[in-house]
Design a protein around this ligand. Structure first.
Ligand code: 13P
Length: 252
């Protein structure tokens, strides 16, 4: 039985004070939900204060990126060892990192491996662009990203399917589309890791998820949760997403 996982990717939003206030606002309702893994991913500079607010909480913390080396002369980068004491999860390979920071599948794989070595659970993102989708290349792109980003990765991990055209556009994939591509991701994981492990790994959908559409996604058999951007910055919306996921698919 896969435990559903809802993660909020705050992206480059919130000052430290704003992050603290958002966590204070959401924490009681998020903690009241059972059977769903709940993860907040604020910016790096807020991780320490949010970790302090979440100490002893069932709500988990994640980072949005990391570098693949443990330490050294890499000005401005954050290492897996620095994150390991602070958070449990780390997002890698988000399409914004692939697009604006030139991260390819090999770089994503190095980051995911580095996260695992430090005991962090990587949330590995894959997704096709609008041009790839319209050219009928979704299958080939997704299979290539899953193979290239996840090869050799052991232990716990999460995959997030985020079609780039659905991110921040208000134009979510249909639940059936998302379920079909996530099914393809699971078959690709089965070829990489074996069928048993593929059945255990949670796969999220991401892209314009809100409290108003989460139920459709969660009702799909292959979809184990969501990676939420914009709506994760609104306490009421994020809580609604988590509570509906618990009601529909919470593991007790
Ligand atoms: P939105 O929910 O704002 O579309 O963002 C999705 C996303 O990129 C989460 O990582």
């Amino acid at each position: 039985m896969r435990i559903p996982i809802i993660a909020g990717n705050w992206k480059m939003n919130t000052t430290v004070a704003e992050a603290e206030s958002l966590v204070r606002e959401m924490k009681p309702r998020l903690e009241a939900v059972a059977g769903v893994e709940r993860v907040l991913c604020p910016p790096f500079v807020s991780l320490a204060s949010v970790a302090a607010l979440l100490r002893g909480s069932s709500v988990k913390l994640g980072a949005q990126n990391l570098y693949h080396e443990d330490k050294g002369a890499f000005t401005g980068e954050i290492s897996p060892l620095m994150l390991a004491g602070l958070c449990q999860y780390v997002i890698v390979g988000h399409s914004e990192r692939r697009k604006y920071f030139g991260e390819d599948n090999a770089a994503v794989n190095r980051k995911a491996q580095a996260a695992r070595r430090a005991g962090l659970v990587p949330i590995v993102c894959v997704g096709e662009t609008l041009a790839e989708n319209e050219a009928g290349r979704t299958r080939e792109v997704i299979v290539g990203q899953v193979q290239g980003s996840l090869a050799g990765l052991e232990g716990p991990l999460v995959v997030a399917y985020e079609p780039v055209w659905a991110i921040g556009t208000g134009r979510a994939a249909t639940a059936a589309q998302a379920n079909a591509t996530i099914g393809l991701i699971r078959r690709t994981l089965a070829a990489l890791f074996g069928a048993a492990r593929a059945q255990e790994l949670p796969i999220q959908y991401g892209g314009s998820v809100t409290g108003a559409n989460i139920a459709e996604f969660i009702a799909q058999p292959e979809i184990d949760g969501a990676l939420v951007g914009g709506a994760s910055l609104r306490a009421g919306d994020f809580i609604a997403i988590v509570e509906q996921t618990a009601r529909l698919k919470g593991v007790r």
